[in-house]
Ligand binder design. Sequence first.
Ligand code: SAM
Length: 339
Amino acid sequence: MQTGPAIRLEAMVDILKAAAEPSRLRILALLSRTDLTVSDLTEILGQSQPRVSRHLKLLLDAGLIARHQEGSWALFRLSEEEAAREFVDGVVARIDPMDPASDRDFERLEAIRQRRQERAAEYFDKNAASWDQIRSLHVPDAAVEAGLKELVGEGRIQSMVDLGTGTGRLLELFAPLYRRGVGIDRSREMLAVARANLERAGVTNAQVRLGDVYAPPVERDMHDLVTIHLVLHYLDDPAAAIREAARLLRPGGRLLIVDFAPHSHEFLREEHAHLRLGFADRQMLDWFAEADLEISNIRGFAPKGEAAEGLTVKVWLARDRRILVAGGDAETQAHEEIA
Ligand SMILES: C[S@@+](CC[C@H](N)C(=O)[O-])C[C@H]1O[C@@H](n2cnc3c(N)ncnc32)[C@H](O)[C@@H]1O
């Protein structure tokens, strides 16, 4: 019985040849967990860079993986092409994760992820007090915030969750709309600033909690609005964060993501702990589809004149696909068209 799209015989032989080698299978298994650079893979596999590059080229030529350039980094990921992806998923799922080679690879992968996340955490702990000021260096805040309010609309929101809330800015922005707001962040220093800001702004219907966006400490399936504002580019696995965020939504609930369009400002990586240099719409749409969300709106806010450093802020608004119960609330307002 055929379950997915068919692959031509010759292409199948190329695919099988490309995958039928221990290092390349290990690479596929690693990329099924996250996007990686050549130097990540070199470190994990314990092989020379030219050797790893050769393996990657064979996998690329067979269409099993894709290469994505972000500034000076080339990131490798599994192909999004359906037939290739199904093939890789099927093969990888059958590799025993307790196999000593896989086990060691995943341990090293974890160490790399840990190191990246620690770097970002250190950055936020250090910059908590001045974050709002740093933020305004590269984001035309007022324009974006006005755009966000317009996109979200004025309908009453029962419950909002802001993932990676930082100084609590979005909780403050939407406080007049929601009944209950929760902000999650894994930096205690950021949370301390958020608490002070919310108090100063007289916001009494929100609280902030220590927690990770990969496992947010809030109930699932019950929030009208989940926001991820300028957080994804610090994350090692944005797709996983989107999946987690989607799980928090009630049927028909909305996920609002704000981040940068693809750019090449390498200094943000070096000086500001960014892991990703922006996100393409295509990438975001794929992640939404994987998380069972449908896109309702995309907007871009390009910097004007010589202001900012050429970073375009993008807003992606998506919606949980499950049908709302008849007679729902303000959230039933018409879907906006994709801009
Ligand atoms: C750039 S700040 C943005 C803060 C806020 N959303 C805003 O736009 O002002 C990113 C925030 O994400 C938090 N963060 C990064 N990785 C996280 C994770 N894995 N779990 C929870 N918070 C995280 C950081 O501590 C930081 O406060």
